[in-house]
Ligand binder design. Structure first.
Ligand SMILES: O=C(O)/C=C/C(=O)CC(=O)CC(=O)O
Ligand SMILES: [Ca+2]
Ligand SMILES: [Mg+2]
Length: 421
């Protein structure tokens, strides 16, 4: 194959090679690797013999998700990535017809998780939310520094980049009265998702030292959250319908192999973590993350999106390896393709928060938009895009890509007196 050009500043240089699933208009969703503005058909490369001799099941890249590939394990992931690199460099035979412009692909969620968990691992976010949801108690719950707190989410509502987000309906308090209706405090959560490659059997926890043998890579996650529904329902069992209506997942999975140069030592933990949560391996990641928004009026007027937040991932309190060890310490199993999200990524200073409830000080501090309106929570027609990359140096950094969703009006049936017939 002749070399595929990579534009300067592309999120997807040859040092990245993220995998995703999509189709170029034929509805046959299959696996691709992104390179610059292009993507290469991995099933096509498989048929062309690029992966000959590797321990890969037939048709593994023709699957509509990467689960079966992820189950193959780290030796195979490394070998496949090396062959892809050789093919891109023109040292292995493949065909130009396997290369498409990325813009031609409709991408899906890259994995089909059996289980999805959302953690709560930013100390800044947990402190901010604690103050807002429980103003009379301690900002940080007493066990927050002992274990990575999380909850089980809903895999069936994980949605692909670009999927419209319907405003949820539910119980919330209006002037102190419980009323069923559309959420008026619809929010985002800027998160990083970690994907399990090799799972574990029920009853057999994954030791933290083995995390690298199990974890494949990361993506961006937007845990859309209806703060009014959440506040009404969450005590005593935690997030439920306020967060289960949609969670957006970015299309390109960046492997931990590609992220190796961007690993950093995470913050010191006090009290020291239990043995099963302790490792000297640097599982922090030097990621930079952003939140951008435009309204329907801004798009109609040709106005560019506005950046609402710009933040870092390196000081997250709990790491992906600790989250995996915690997730399985009780003997719970994981499966290839399982997803666990970091929790909202917020920094300590204004403009580094990963949610609008924080950015707008619980709705008290509206933010002006170029269309003359202001925002606390999201309005119908608002489009939110998360962006992310690893590394500070533009010459060597690699991108996580983006994930976006536009808010659409609520379904009319559930809250109208005569609806739903
Ligand atoms: O503090 C609470 O009661 C709730 C907090 C959240 O909304 C947390 C959540 O989804 C986890 C996170 O994204 O950090
Ligand atoms: Ca969340
Ligand atoms: Mg969610």
């Amino acid at each position: 194959m002749e070399a595929v050009p990579v534009p300067d500043g592309s999120p997807f240089p040859v040092t990245n090679l993220p995998f995703g699933v999509g189709h170029p208009g034929d509805n046959r969703r299959r696996a691709w690797v992104a390179i610059g503005d292009h993507a290469i058909d991995l099933d096509g490369m498989h048929h062309a013999g690029v992966f000959d001799g590797l321990d890969l099941e037939p048709g593994v890249f023709a699957d509509p998700n990467l689960n079966r590939y992820l189950a193959a394990g780290p030796d195979t992931w490394r070998a496949v990535r090396a062959r892809v690199r050789e093919a891109i460099d023109g040292r292995l035979p493949t065909d130009r017809e396997h290369v498409v412009a990325r813009s031609e692909l409709t991408m899906g969620v890259p994995v089909a998780p059996t289980d999805y968990v959302d953690f709560y691992s930013s100390i800044h976010h947990a402190t901010n939310l604690g103050r807002m949801f429980r103003p009379d108690g301690d900002a940080l719950m007493p066990h927050w520094r002992r274990v990575p707190i999380g909850y089980h989410g809903r895999t069936g509502t994980l949605v692909a980049d670009g999927t419209p987000i319907r405003r949820p309906v539910g119980y919330r308090l209006i002037d102190g009265e419980p009323v069923v209706g559309p959420s008026t405090r619809l929010d985002i959560e800027l998160e990083v998702g970690t994907v399990v490659g090799v799972g574990n059997e029920i009853g057999a926890p994954i030791p933290i030292g083995a995390a690298a043998d199990h974890l494949y890579g990361i993506c961006l996650v937007n845990d859309w959250s209806a703060r009014d529904i959440q506040a009404y329902e969450y005590q005593p069992l935690g997030p439920f319908l306020g967060k289960s209506f949609a969670t957006s997942v970015s299309p390109w999975l960046v492997s931990f192999e590609a992220l190796e140069p961007f690993r950093v030592v995470p913050p010191e933990q006090e009290p020291p973590p239990a043995e099963y949560l302790s490792t000297d391996a640097p599982w922090g990641l030097d990621l930079h993350l952003e939140v951008w928004l435009d309204s329907a009026a801004m798009r109609a007027a040709g106005q560019s999106p506005v950046r609402f937040s710009s933040t870092g991932f390196a000081d997250m309190y709990w790491t992906p390896a600790q989250q995996l060890a915690h997730l399985t310490v009780n003997g719970a199993s994981t499966e290839p393709g399982d997803l666990f999200a970091s929790g909202t990524v917020s920094g300590p200073t204004p403009g580094t928060e990963g949610s609008f409830i924080e950015l707008s000080a619980n709705g008290d501090r509206p933010i002006a938009l170029p269309d003359g309106t202001e925002r606390t929570f999201l309005l119908d027609g608002d489009r939110v895009e998360l962006r992310g990359w690893a590394g500070a140096d533009p010459a060597t950094r690699i991108g996580l890509g983006t994930v976006a969703g536009t808010i659409i009006e609520p379904h009319p049936a559930p809250h109208q007196p005569h609806g739903g017939q």
